[in-house]
Design a protein around this ligand. Structure first.
Ligand code: SF4
Length: 460
């Protein structure tokens, strides 16, 4: 009998929907149906059925061909390559669970690596602004239950976070927003007429890259001063009208995305957005939230802040303390300056999403990819190690875009012999300890380990 699993989390976007229902075959090896998800989430679960999913590590041979090798060999290569490198870079982690993120911390510390995540090319500028100016935010539940004015600034959830508007921001009927969409005024700030902009009551089609000026104009109006007739391509009257809507809100919610973090100004745009949020709190209640991309990209910020004190761009090469300085210790900057001599890509695709010059530099050195699937990075890698898919055949904790932790389930049994990220990293760490004849820290204390294949004589 097929089995219906309810309360399933979707391991795709930062909405981290946890209301999916997945029908699986009676032997729990195949996804038959996915209910409640958007098409992206549905595709992700069905993709787990793909019979061509890699089941063994694949290593590039001297003649350029690829050969499958046993896990033990891959783990040995991984450990030795990291130990031989002077400054390895370990990057990714948008798409894995917090258990894996925690386990890689031990490896990074032992290797003296730089540890970075996808925030470095995504909401990293938002972190910089938060360090400077704070983060007056809330949870998505508060937005759903209270927000009667919703601003989407430089983001397009209808495409990037498809169920965001139906679960949290526009359509749901909340405790104080019982009429759902009827009770909400939606403002979209975007140079394009996106599908989100089409839903909005007001669309400010600003000149691309002029967000900072527009934030400034909003703040100037909020403080009762005059502005020019046009700012960033938007009429004065439209700006005044929009500010008025936001001021008169009972609860104003501002969501922002790559339109602010990837355009001129970057962190300064977010800085201005946070200041505007603070200004609005002189008149009403207002919160701001980054539209985090991957379902658990908030995870490394949480886990590594707890482990090392910093959310991303963490340089552990000093051996005694962690150091963070985006611009100096960020993945792209390190790659462009050719400052790293080994690259490990985990749960992300640097091959597809890094600038080509950065990839060309990284490719000069050992290039290891840990990913359940084939992708551009795996195809140019020296070693590709398949792992389980977090949220599909491996459970774990994830942090939603509002930093709310959610326990994701596994719906499938998982491919035989394929480890989780956590198990793989623990085995690599153990191997590094064996090679360096050192006592593993933390690992011995993991009494409830799910995989008791201790091969290290140093572990009692
Ligand atoms: S909105 Fe995002 S988390 Fe929700 S089902 Fe779609 S892809 Fe998955």
């Amino acid at each position: 009998m097929p089995k219906l699993i309810t309360g399933v989390g979707c391991p795709y976007c930062g909405s981290s929907c946890d209301d999916l229902e997945v029908l699986v075959s009676d032997d729990e090896t195949k996804v038959l149906e996915v209910h409640n998800s958007c098409i992206i989430g549905s595709n992700l679960f069905h993709h787990a059925n793909d019979p061509t999913r890699p089941r063994l590590p694949r290593q590039r041979q001297p003649d350029g061909s690829i050969k499958e090798i046993p896990y033990e060999e891959a783990i040995d290569y991984f450990a030795k390559t990291l130990l031989a490198a002077k400054k390895p870079l370990i990057y990714g982690f948008g798409s894995t669970n917090c258990e894996g993120m925690s386990a890689i911390g031990r490896i990074a510390e032992k290797a003296g690596a730089v540890l970075d995540n996808c925030a470095t090319i995504c909401h990293g500028p938002s972190f910089l602004a938060m360090f400077d100016n704070g983060y007056p935010s809330c949870t998505l539940g508060e937005a759903k239950n209270r927000a009667d004015v919703v601003v989407f600034w430089g983001c397009n959830p209808m495409h990037a976070h498809p169920r965001h508007t139906s679960r949290y921001s526009i359509f749901p009927r909340g405790y104080f927003t019982g009429k759902g969409q009827m009770q909400r005024t939606v403002i979209s700030v975007d140079p394009r007429e996106t599908d989100t902009a089409k839903l909005a009551d007001v669309h400010l089609m600003l000149d691309q890259g002029h967000d900072y000026e527009l934030f400034d104009a909003f703040r100037t109006v909020l403080r009762g001063h005059d502005i020019p007739d046009k700012v960033a391509g938007i009429d004065k009257e439209t700006i005044i009208k929009s500010v008025d809507i936001m001021k008169k809100a009972r609860f104003c919610m501002i969501f922002f995305g790559m339109g602010c973090t990837h355009t001129d100004g970057r962190n300064h745009n977010i800085d201005a957005a946070i200041s505007m949020t603070r200004d609005l709190n002189d008149h009403t209640k207002c919160s701001i939230m980054a539209m985090r991309g991957h379902y658990n990209i908030a995870g490394p910020g949480q886990v590594w802040s707890w482990q090392f004190g910093f959310p991303y761009c963490i340089d552990l090469s000093k051996g005694t303390h962690a150091h963070m300085n985006p611009g100096e210790t960020s993945s792209i900057d390190l790659a462009m300056r050719d400052e790293v001599d080994c690259f490990v890509n985990v749960g992300a695709d640097a091959g597809a999403h890094f600038p080509i010059q950065a990839v060309q530099h990284l490719k000069k050195h050992p290039f290891i990819v840990v990913d359940p699937n084939f992708n551009m990075a795996s195809e140019i890698a020296d070693l590709h190690i398949p792992v389980r898919i977090a949220g599909v055949d491996e459970p774990g904790v994830v942090y939603r875009m509002d930093n709310v932790p959610i326990q994701f389930k596994a719906v499938l049994k998982g491919l035989p012999g394929v480890p989780s990220d956590e198990e793989l990293f623990d085995r690599v760490y153990e191997r590094m300890c064996e090679i360096t004849l050192t006592q593993p820290i933390w690992l011995a204390a993991k009494e409830n380990r799910k995989y008791p294949h201790n091969t290290n004589p140093m572990v009692s």
